[in-house]
Design a binder for this molecule. Structure first.
Ligand code: GDD
Length: 328
């Protein structure tokens, strides 16, 4: 039985990936930090097949101990401080977890190694935030980075150190440069879920308005369930490499609003949306659009869920989820 070790198991991607790997017959280990992590019960209920292993990306010894215990074939490093806005307020913590955490994870892989003829394969969750103030459109694996947030800077370090460990020590280490990916499991702090969830609450009469920052920003939004398949495919190749994972389409936050409010049946979003300076960022990423050609050609990967279907899936989920909460 193949074994996989996932950091960030309680996040959107960790949960999708755990499901995917379980369906492929893997034994799945999920690393969790803290003495009494409130999310551990959610994982136990939702994914009883996941074995929770204690560990923390800021503690190398704990990573080594966790890997020695799990002896995985594949290590997916999805753990991070992942909210860009928060990284401006907690820049040092972000650098430590999102940046240095990758170095510690790679060191742990180097130390524990895995079976001689079957070394641990490593996946790093790199991000399109690394492109920041974009140098070219669309962005490919070769586009230079210009990060615009402490989060983006930390991800550039993670990306480069992964490449460096591959080149220096011959690790089977890959980075997936994932563009924004969403779905019903997305945290409420991210703009897509904030929009679909608040729109559902307005429709049900429990909220009056939606307060946002910059609605001109454009993103290449895909479905998280599609994107975890690309992560797995990267670790099944003969050679380790880096890949852009994206849809190749871009849409503004305003377009997301328009479709959501019309699907919910509230009409013109302008009646419900207010902008507030507190949701604007000190430096913004204005436009992201990825070119997934390499992933398509080499991995045989392509996104299955369209932008419209994604918004529809999230709106439908949030209407059901919020009415169930109301009727409790
Ligand atoms: N979160 C949030 N809340 N974003 C807002 C709001 C708001 O009220 N109003 C406008 N926005 C804009 C942000 O300024 C940004 O331009 C855009 O909406 C998307 O913001 P997020 O959904 O927070 O995502 P992100 O693009 O900053 O980062 C996500 O994608 C990255 C991949 O490019 C995160 O998932 C990162 O972890 C990931 O690496």
């Amino acid at each position: 039985m193949r074994k996989a070790f996932i950091t960030g198991i309680t996040g959107q991607d960790g949960r999708h990936l755990a499901e995917l790997l379980h369906s492929k017959g893997y034994k799945v280990f999920g690393m969790m930090k803290g003495q009494h992590n409130p999310r551990s019960e959610m994982i136990r209920d939702e994914f009883p097949f996941v074995e929770i292993v204690p560990g923390d990306l800021t503690d190398l010894t704990s990573l080594v101990t966790a890997l020695e215990y799990a002896q995985p074939d594949e290590f997916y490093n999805l753990g991070a401080i992942s909210f860009v806005a928060m990284s401006f307020n907690q820049a040092e913590l972000t650098a430590n977890v999102t940046g240095l955490g990758v170095l510690r994870a790679l060191e742990a892989v180097r130390i524990v190694g895995g079976a001689q003829n079957n070394p641990i394969r490593f996946y790093q969750a790199s991000s399109s935030e690394m492109f920041g103030k974009v140098r070219e459109v669309p962005q490919t694996e070769l586009t230079p980075f210009h990060p615009r947030s402490p989060y983006g800077v930390a991800k550039v370090f993670g990306h480069n150190i992964t490449m460096n460990y591959r080149e220096s020590y011959g690790l089977f280490a890959c980075s997936g440069i994932l563009f924004n990916h969403e779905g019903p499991r997305r945290g409420l702090e991210f703009v897509t879920r904030k929009i679909t969830n608040t729109a559902a609450r307005i429709k049900l009469g429990v909220e009056k308005e939606l307060v946002l920052g910059n609605i001109d920003a454009k993103r290449d939004w895909g479905y998280a369930g599609d994107y975890v398949k690309a992560m797995w495919l990267m670790l099944q190749q003969d050679e380790p490499d880096d890949y852009v994972v994206a849809t190749g389409e871009t849409h503004s936050v305003e377009e997301f609003l328009e479709i959501t409010f019309s699907k919910v049946g509230l009409g013109d979003w302008r009646q419900f949306v207010r902008q507030d300076q507190k949701f604007f960022r000190p430096a913004e990423v204005d436009l992201l659009i990825g070119d997934p050609s390499k992933a398509k050609t080499k991995l045989g990967w392509k996104p299955e869920v369209s932008f419209e279907q994604l918004v529809d899936m999230m709106v439908t989920h949030d209407l059901e989820y919020e009415s169930a909460r109301l009727n409790k």
